[in-house]
Design a protein around this ligand. Sequence first.
Ligand code: F6P
Length: 359
Amino acid sequence: MHLLVNTGGGDAPGLNAVIRGVVLSAIRRGWHVSGIRRGYNGLLEEWPHGVIKLGREHVRGIAHVGGTILGTVNKGNPFEYPVKENGKVVLKDVSDLVLARMREVNADGLIAIGGDGSLRIAQKFIDKGMKVIGVPKTIDNDLSATQVTFGFDSAVSVATDAIDRLHSTAESHQRVMVVEVMGRYAGWIALNAGVSGGANVVLIPEIEFDIEKVCASIKRRYETGRCFAIVVAAEGAKPKGGQMAIKGTELGREVRLGGIAEQLAAQIGERTGFETRSLVLGHLQRGGGPTTFDRLLALRFGCAAARLVEQGRWGHMVAWQPPSMVAVPIKEAISKMKDVPLDHDTVLAARDLGVCLGD
Ligand code: F6P
């Protein structure tokens, strides 16, 4: 058995732990593993050097290390691959080349570690006959088939730590601090970090916010003598009837979000008269090593993926559905996004704690 493994989309703490889990489980079974560098690029522009053997020595001491030893890309979709033609970048379907090169290296199947976008690409390859096992990754935790994805706990820890630190500076200066965290369509990071970190306002994509209500709640707080406030906004949070804040667009990839904290800070400052500052945590939330929870989950995902290979359950994704590690068809896993249900216990707790959710 010769397995290929790749990591696609935005990185997340725990990717290396999954790779270690896959490689050691495979070696125990007498199989060989190779890694494709940078998503599918190792089979395309980096060919033939982009496919590297992964032995025990390559995965030694990497479980706690952030990033991915294979590299990743988030504009490397082989079905819409950006190529230069007559000086212009156009999108081409190069998926057949990927399949041909997999045959050339005698690969029996692929372990695709990725989020929603990467798993959608994996499904397209499955439809063309490729044997794939998926491993769910995203700091946004927006995949419905698994209770949690690795990377999420690490991101929430970073964001909570940042919010903790902001309290003292906000209080010293009597300021409103608006923090932007990741979360395109799902507000899990904002909600969990905001509630844990004692934020006064938490804005998530699932609840359109009313700026007047946000300002009124901050004013009420100042009136009680607590003259500082922390606002946590998911990058995908949007005002009532309004749009998400967009940073830019690029051919062959999702729009880049960003700017909601800056917008909010300007509006809050103007409406309340309170000094307000904004900051964006951005990629800090994806950087660094995984928490213990993510490290263990990622190792377990990697090992479980190898067991699915052994059982011949191609086309499935490993998923953590406590108390069991299960296999879910990738097709099913990508059919529904996991956003924050408005009756989720953490939402109820936020309201009970007096956190303004913008509605
Ligand atoms: O999907 C994870 C995520 O962290 C999103 O929350 C964010 O919008 C995106 O990745 C940013 O990715 P990048 O800056 O790497 O393009």
